[in-house]
Write a protein that binds this ligand. Structure first.
Ligand code: E4P
Ligand code: PEP
Ligand code: MN
Length: 460
């Protein structure tokens, strides 16, 4: 859908006056934007952006609104958010090949949590767009050579080579086309699931295939969300996986701006590169470009909140990003670290509650628990689990719903995180350490984590 043309009924614009056809998020360009690529060919970058702005969007406003409605149910304690996927997605054929594994593992997690709790999950992949990475340092030294760091496949390539590490604007095109392919794959999976062609995706006693593809009317009820858009649903005691929403960190604003499109039916601007963008810990400056960008779009938005965020700053960010205090508009993804979650989180939860924002509280137990062992980034499953326990303790004590989890998981048996179901020590990491950036839970660790969450929810 291309919505850059003047929609019907738009009054003629006076020269120089703000135009309804110019997405308002464009004003981010006047503000400082950190962690942006320095494109090797700025003129080519401009041409790529113009080209992308004319390409079909990757998501549709109506679907984005449905996710917003689903997240409102999460904020009210009626559903649980399972958000997971790669730290950095691969592009091209490797990106497509990885989709089914991730869909399966994330679906299993959602199912474990849903069935223990007997209530729906809203499932969101870090998928179909997670191609850009903020980094702690601009450079790294590999085998004695100092190189620009890998910043995600939308920007440069991971190979430790100066040419590969150049910020090539053509990569934005590869990212877009891969995202389209990934979405196609997700749609295919949803149809195969609905038609019963993927027998392993059906519970043994699911209803027989009737020959009809499901129609997807939106009647505004929770049941409709669960039936049509949840990762799992309950039908007469059986569970079935269906769709998966998409999300990624809205980091490279040149790329994201190309997908800000006007919905002529509502007059709102949507970011249609994804369903739910989030703002990262390194780019959430109150007066920065990323916050201004996210403030002007109608999507549900995520915001990472780390251990050094003070409550007043978080409240100010909530004010900017959720000025109308719309339930589910904002998901606060807390990533405090196991050692600090019990100390840092309570004041933030209290301040946000007092300010009247009905946010989704989600726990990212990965990014505050990264350590280096034997020269590789890793995470101890025990620390990941401890942060989840701490998150539940804090939210429960505050009388709030611990609404979701945000994880980095792989679709297969990688050896990137230490502990149960994975390598016991640094030497064991090497066997299948395949991540492009941060260490992910493997399939068994992801299921064990879902089991822990199911226990914590069931305990009440
Ligand atoms: O995924 C998140 C960040 O990009 C990542 O944790 C940063 O890692 P770095 O400290 O290796 O740059
Ligand atoms: C960059 C990430 O996290 P954070 O912004 O919380 O560090 C991430 O989610 O990969
Ligand atoms: Mn990461």
């Amino acid at each position: 859908m291309i919505l850059t043309e003047t929609p019907p009924g738009t009054p003629p614009t006076t020269p120089g006056a703000p135009s309804a056809t110019i997405p308002p998020a464009a004003n981010w360009r006047t503000l400082p934007a950190v962690q942006q690529p320095t494109w090797s060919d700025p003129a080519l970058a401009a041409r790529v952006m113009d080209h992308l702005a004319l390409q079909p969007s990757l998501t549709a406003p109506a679907d984005v609104r449905r996710l917003g409605a689903a997240l409102a149910h999460v904020s009210a304690g009626r559903a649980f958010l399972v958000q997971a996927g790669d730290c950095a997605e691969p592009v091209g054929a490797a990106g497509l090949a990885a989709v089914r594994g991730k869909h399966r593992v994330i679906g299993e997690m959602a199912e474990i949590i849903s069935s223990a709790w007997n209530a729906p999950t809203v499932t969101v992949g870090r998928i179909a767009g997670q191609y850009a990475k903020p980094r702690s340092q601009p450079q790294e030294t590999v085998d004695g050579r100092t190189l620009p760091v890998f910043r995600g496949s939308m920007v440069n390539a991971p190979e430790p080579d100066p040419a590969a590490r150049r910020h090539d604007p053509r990569r934005m095109l590869t990212a877009y086309h891969t995202a389209r392919g990934v979405l196609g794959e997700l749609h295919l999976i949803a149809h195969e699931t609905a038609s019963g062609q993927l027998s392993e995706l059906w519970a043994p006693d699911a209803e027989p295939w009737t020959g009809q593809l499901p129609t997807r009317p939106w009647d505004g009820t929770l049941r409709s969300i669960v039936r049509d858009y949840g990762q799992t649903r309950r039908t007469d005691g059986t569970w079935r996986r269906t769709g998966m929403w998409t999300s990624h960190e809205a980091l490279v604003l040149d790329y994201e701006q190309a997908f800000v499109r006007l919905d002529p039916f509502t007059g709102e601007h949507y970011l249609l590169s994804t369903h739910q963008p989030w703002i990262g810990e390194r780019t959430r400056q109150t007066d920065g470009a990323h916050v201004a960008f996210a403030a002007r779009i109608a999507n549900p938005v995520g915001l990472k909140v780390g251990p050094d965020a003070d409550p007043a700053t978080v409240v100010e960010l909530c004010r900017r990003l959720d000025p109308h205090r719309r339930p589910g508009r904002l998901t606060l993804i807390t990533r405090m670290g196991a050692a600090r979650v019990r100390d840092r989180l309570p004041r933030i939860v209290r301040a946000v509650e007092e300010a009247g924002h009905e946010v989704v509280w989600a726990c990212d137990p990965m990014h505050g628990n990264t350590v280096t062992e034997g020269g590789r980034k890793t995470r101890h499953l025990s620390a990941v689990h401890d942060e989840i326990r701490g998150f539940f303790e804090v939210l429960r004590r505050a009388g709030q719903w611990p609404g979701g989890v945000h994880l980095e998981v792989a679709g297969d048996h990688v050896t990137e995180c230490l502990g149960d179901h994975g390598p016991k020590d640094a030497a064991g990491l090497a066997r299948a350490y395949r991540t492009l950036c941060d260490p992910r839970l493997n399939d068994d660790q992801a299921r064990a984590t879902a089991g822990l969450i199911a226990d914590l929810i069931a305990r009440g």
